[in-house]
Design a protein around this ligand. Sequence first.
Ligand SMILES: [Zn+2]
Length: 321
Amino acid sequence: MELTALAGNQRLKEQLSQQQTGRGLAHAYLISGPQGSGRHTLARLLCQAMVCTAPQGDRPCGHCAPCKKVLGGIHPDVTTLAGSGEGKSITVDQIRSLRADAYVRPNEGERKVYILEGAGQMNASAQNAMLKLLEEGPAYAAFLLLAENGSGLLQTVRSRCEELSLSPLSVGECRSYLRARFPQKSEGEIERAALDCQGILGRAVEALGETDPALEARRELVGRLAQVMEMGEELDVLEAVMALEKGAKEDLPRVLDALEEELIGRLGQARQGKRLFRGVELVRRLRSAARLNVNAGQLAGWLCAGLFLEETEGGISSGDK
Ligand SMILES: [Zn+2]
């Protein structure tokens, strides 16, 4: 199993790889570890492994359409559930709707995956509803329960899940990960962060200043835009571009710069580069327009027209050959 995106945790990786090639992945995992220990990275890798279309041993490949959709947070068969509002936990009503959803067959692949945030904080009735689902749910549904520590879960729920508990990294592991991720930082800064984080990589990343929320939001937005421009439907593109409206308008040129860079990066690995190439051209044109006075709605319209109308025209002219 391809798990290099998760730093450290060698034993856990071996456990999962053996399982994948042996009896196959489980239907329910309890992923535990403190904040910043890699729970979300591991959950994402497991989701990808479950929907990936590459041969079994190479999953998750990270390159197939389902893998990319999971990465972009747009896979229709992967659902994340969290309590609404800060400090709130998932309610029994949420579990009931999850249950109803789980009985609807997957849209695209063979599996549906549900990620439950803060599973250890669910109250007894939510946990009991969850237990029923773990016991009787459809075979194609998989559940990833995330918790800081598994002791908040009822023993009955816990026994239905395979436990994956994330371990702190060694200073050496932290150091080499941080060096690769922050090439612009000095050795001294890397060393300090690696020593101070107590093996919890997320803390070191935060200390090195990567979690500027505006920066994170922009990166996420750009990733989603590039994703739908590469392989989405017109409606997906429209929806993703409309998210620009929420961001500050002054941010538009920077978003477009980053988008161009991202699309060019994807061109390098894409099998079908035609649409990406058109996307790059389009973004370049739009960027000059963004310096003038346009809103996200207009941009969305132009982007869709550029991507999809020209695609249809292209289809007509290629039929002439
Ligand atoms: Zn894949």
